[in-house]
Design a protein around this ligand. Structure first.
Ligand SMILES: Cc1cc2nc3c(=O)[nH]c(=O)nc-3n(C[C@H](O)[C@H](O)[C@H](O)COP(=O)(O)OP(=O)(O)OC[C@H]3O[C@@H](n4cnc5c(N)ncnc54)[C@H](O)[C@@H]3O)c2cc1C
Length: 494
């Protein structure tokens, strides 16, 4: 049998692409090396306790907002229950030194008002900043499917300005600049490097309508799986893609799997990290300049993650997430010492029926893969003693910080598991353990959907934008390239 399209990688971007293309009558197969699709967002269990691993909350999930439209278009909305976060405080920032707190309310107008109340002498700057943010957002494709005249040129984002440059134009008070940069943790790139337009694309949907999903990432993964099955898409799971098969004239003929079987296909959408895509391409199929460009792509920051368990979840996490950090401190400065880094405490998918087993929640601390460089060569298990000792030491230090800066997060809680940049390299698939994938940075040209091999396309891995929303935008961009952007946009709006 010949497939019209084979999608390599069954994460959010790969599954979204598969659903869009199947909806347009293509015969589609998804090849996923993990035992289950959407394994990254699907969370994990330890001793019967469920932990979210790579999906805690998303923006743009309010009725009719962008992620809600995407879910509806794919038919997964009816399989999910959205849980809006606390309207008055969806995210809480707490200054680690003084204990001062700022609560982010939902909605742009409410947030502007809260910021003006907290820093009244910056009221004009706040207003101008938000006008700029909305204008940048309006230019982004697929985040505004109802605006056909969007003429986004990705090169413009690469040329800047950065978030830090725009903040400097309008904001004087470093405490306010820090609050407006806090959510750079949601894309893993510093305010000095992130293009302002990309930052707008990430934070605006969060400011507007942040939600969790009942059942967490596991429920989202299950909804995708069910819809893939309903759409008649062949799911080839637990098997790895190894090589694209090309004819002598360089045209795609199929995909060879690591176990030797080949799938014949006319088109391939590759949703694995662009550097790993290089290994799929046969020798000589890509020009050296293109290979070098993909090899040179830098990833978003990596991280340490603590997974905590307690019989009752901390009340502060019921409708909110907690950000800890040092008010006014820049990101570059913060990364130098573990004790100064921002920490993100994510509430979990807390269920009333978990009263017996208790609940799991997690704490994410940004890190560089270089901190684990000594262990980088050791891909396998069991891990070395030195790695285990380093992991224990880092987890202990973060736990101590929490005991001091947010005791309610660790009181009565046990540390069940920890992850390092090495863990993230294995689970997220980026060669350097980046949390989101390829970074969006001023000066970095990320690959476009079309590759140098005819009918082979890239998507996902934050090449277009980070997070679950970014993975879906990337899938729409790639499928728009294949099917026609106007047509897809009209369908989403319909
Ligand atoms: C700790 C953490 C917390 C996060 N929190 C959030 C959050 O709260 N909200 C949010 O929106 N986003 C969050 N994210 C980001 C979000 O989970 C990702 O951006 C998104 O899931 C990426 O989807 P993707 O399809 O691009 O990549 P992936 O999910 O990595 O998909 C790629 C797939 O390809 C498979 N694969 C790799 N190589 C091969 C091969 N050779 N053959 C076959 N298959 C292969 C992999 O197994 C994988 O399933 C978080 C991420 C992390 C790590």
């Amino acid at each position: 049998m010949t497939y019209d399209t084979v999608v390599v990688g069954g994460g959010v971007s790969g599954l979204t692409s598969a659903l869009i293309l199947a909806r347009h009558g293509r015969r589609v197969a998804v090849v996923e090396k993990a035992a289950k699709p959407a394994s990254l967002i699907g969370g994990f269990e330890r001793g019967g306790i469920y932990f979210d691993s790579a999906f805690h909350y998303a923006g743009g999930l309010g009725n009719g907002d962008i992620l809600d439209l995407f879910f509806h278009y794919l038919g997964i909305d009816r399989l999910l229950r959205k849980v809006p976060l606390d309207q008055n405080k969806f995210d809480i920032f707490r200054d680690s030194a003084s204990g001062w707190e700022f609560s982010f309310p939902c909605g742009i107008a409410a947030l502007q008002e809260a910021l003006c109340e907290a820093v009244p002498h910056e009221a004009r700057g706040i207003q101008s900043y938000f006008v700029c943010l909305a204008a940048a957002f309006r230019q982004l494709p697929y985040l505004n499917p109802g605006t056909p005249e969007v003429t986004w040129n990705p090169v413009e984002a690469v040329h800047g300005p950065s978030l830090a440059e725009v903040l400097r134009r309008f904001i004087r008070d470093p405490r306010l600049g820090h609050l407006l940069s806090l959510h750079t943790l949601l894309h893993g790139v510093s305010p000095q490097e992130i293009p302002f337009s990309i930052h707008a694309g990430v934070v605006l949907p969060f400011y507007r309508s942040p939600c969790r999903i009942a059942g967490g990432g596991r429920a989202l993964a299950a909804a995708f799986s069910a819809q893939i099955q309903a759409a008649g898409i062949s799911l080839i799971q637990g098997r790895s893609a190894e090589k694209l098969v090309l004819s002598a004239s360089g045209h795609l003929q199929g995909l060879k799997l690591a176990d030797g079987e080949s799938l014949a296909c006319r088109e391939c959408v590759v949703s694995i990290h662009p550097r790993r895509f290089l290994a799929l391409a046969p020798q000589g199929a890509l020009r050296p300049a293109y290979r070098n460009r993909l090899m040179g792509l830098e990833d978003t920051s990596s991280g340490y993650i603590l997974f905590l368990h307690g019989l009752a979840p901390p009340p502060i996490l019921a409708g909110s997430n907690l950000y800890l950090g040092f008010s006014g401190q820049g990101m570059a400065e913060a990364l130098s010492s573990l004790e100064r880094r921002p920490l993100f405490v994510a509430g979990g998918a807390f269920h009333a029926d978990s009263a017996q087993t208790g609940h799991g929640w997690s704490v994410i601390c940004p890190a560089s893969w270089l901190e684990m460089e000594g262990e980088w060569a050791s891909a396998g298990f069991p891990r070395s003693d030195s790695y285990r000792a380093a992991k224990e030491e880092v987890s202990g230090r973060i736990f101590q910080r929490l005991a001091h800066e947010a005791p309610e997060i660790v009181q009565g809680a046990r540390l069940i598991e920890a992850a390092t940049p090495l863990t993230l390299r294995n689970h997220c698939g980026g060669p350097r353990g980046g949390i989101y994938g390829v970074r969006q940075a001023v000066g970095q040209y990320n690959p476009q959907p079309a590759t140098r091999i005819p009918n082979v396309y890239l998507c996902g891995q934050a090449t277009a934008a980070p997070g679950v929303l970014g993975a879906m935008v990337s899938a729409f961009l790639t499928c728009g390239h294949i099917l026609g952007d106007d047509r897809l946009r009209r369908e989403i709006m319909a």
